[in-house]
Design a protein around this ligand. Structure first.
Ligand SMILES: [Zn+2]
Length: 201
């Protein structure tokens, strides 16, 4: 399963910080009752596009020796199953849906001037689908002023809470994906069947 790694800093600093397996080692297993630190289990690699970055990052993995399941520490600036960083998607959605920019202008606001417009539409659709659930889930964290619709309300809440703080809350407490889990992982982002741990990379 994925856990969020509460990391603040540049991607370069993140890469250095996770080189040491002890630094963020979970002291217990989140998936079973084992109350012992997890064992380092290498990394997996994933692509990430952020402001000023387009490449591959490593994600630290740990293994529980009792239940034999792995836990990966996904940095919280990345969204599970999406290649683009949360910061970048947030800039796009705010420009498009809150400020009413065109798709091209919203892409420029996210420093993605060459982006195909379908990508932005995909984010917009996912956000619109998720907006009612977000408005409800984030209510404990933000005052809800008058808003014309769920999309505007959810965006204002995210802006006031901070997108990364909201993502942390949704993911850690509710297993909720800010833009919605892909259908094959719905409703809570977990694989339906357990798979044995793969060997460390
Ligand atoms: Zn376990």
């Amino acid at each position: 399963m994925q856990m969020l790694h509460p990391f603040v800093g540049s991607i370069q600093q993140y890469s250095e910080a996770i080189s040491d397996p002890d630094r963020y080692r979970p002291d217990h297993c989140p998936q079973c009752e084992a109350q012992q630190p997890l064992t380092g289990h290498g990394f997996y690699c994933r692509t990430l596009v952020d402001l000023g970055f387009d490449g591959v990052i490593r994600v630290r993995r740990y293994l529980c020796l009792l239940c034999k399941r792995t836990v990966s520490l996904l940095p919280e600036f990345a969204l599970p199953w999406l290649r683009f960083s949360l910061t970048l998607i947030a800039l796009f959605l705010v420009a498009r849906l809150l400020r009413g920019c065109t798709l091209a202008a919203a892409a420029a606001a996210a420093s993605q001037t060459a982006m195909p417009y379908q990508r932005g539409q995909f984010w917009v659709r996912r956000f619109q689908t998720q907006a009612p659930a977000l408005s409800l889930a984030l209510a404990p964290l933000a005052a809800t002023g008058p808003a014309s619709d769920f999309v505007a309300r959810a965006l204002r809440m995210l802006e006031s809470i901070g997108w990364i703080a909201a993502h942390r809350f949704l993911f850690a407490h509710l297993r909720m994906h800010l833009l919605g889990w892909p259908a094959f992982l719905a409703p809570d982002g977990r694989m339906a069947t357990l798979r044995p741990a793969s060997p460390p990379a």
